[in-house]
Write a protein that binds this ligand. Sequence first.
Ligand SMILES: [Zn+2]
Length: 362
Amino acid sequence: MRLPFLELSGTCREQGQVHGEALKDLIEKNIQIYFERFEKEAKLIRSKVLERTESCLDSLQKQSLNYFEGIGGIAEGSNQGILEIAMLNFRYELLYHAIGKLQIDAVDGCTSYALLPEASVNAHTIIGQNWDWIPDVECAAVTTVSPEGPHHLAFTEAGIFGGKIGLNSEGLGITVNGMYSTGDDWTRFEKPFHLRCFEVLGSKTMEDALDVLIGTPRSCTANFMIGQAQNSIMDVESAPDKYVQISPQGEVLSHANHFTDPDSAEITEPPNPRRYLSKFRCERMEALLNELKPLDVEGIQEILKDHENYPQSICRHPDPDLPQEQHTITKTGVIMDLDERKLWLTNGNPCKNEFTEFSLLN
Ligand SMILES: [Zn+2]
């Protein structure tokens, strides 16, 4: 099964309405999945989650009226309450943070990569990742013609406005990795993770995208890899008040779910007995990129299927040593050719699912 693909245009409200209507059933399922995760993993009941969501929504209205309108549109289109939709959109701050506080060994996530033109067969800038998350969460691909800024082509979860991982018509792209540090606190009410992804996809230059990520303090820690067609890639490790910019030492970059050098950045990560698994994926990715370059899309697809250190491999599968509610798998393998403005996505583990090519809507 391919990912659902939405073509969106008009105001943010109208885009949200079409998203909500088209993915109605998937959104209902995601709401149920996240409330279950909040209860099982973060020990937060539905009413508590919605109470926290409401506080965040008040701040969001001041931070971005466009994103606020987008959430309202999804709620209307899917016939769900605005708080339920807002919960999905704030789940990075609300859930990831709450789980991190309770289970220091539950840090899990994704493996990102980027190639400068010297490392790709067609001399294009290519970025992407395996995005690892809850096995049952429903996702979609969206292309958006925006009246105010660049057009987007992105991967998102059903019910999350804008896009999470994606590229735009300026040839600028973004990937994401979940991370923690000790200063994380959702009650800081800074611009949320998914709003920052949306604003990066609305950026015309690397400088604008960087300003979105680090120009204001954050509530919670995250890693972003950004790149732009014709020779520009950068990784940004962002903690609430500090950040680290990492440029490629050679022709490639890789990142997973830990700070590369937290000591020199004076950032404190909570002790995590499973940190070595993130380190393994990051190092394995870098080694494969360097060994196999120059790479084309097919070559990168093979790397995203890699099973070394299975099930905690680049292509992630459920780990039988963990309780079922902590299982994560690779939900999508992502390749973005920023010069071509093209995106390839799988719907599920890359070892078992075909890559589908998506192009920007003109
Ligand atoms: Zn696999």
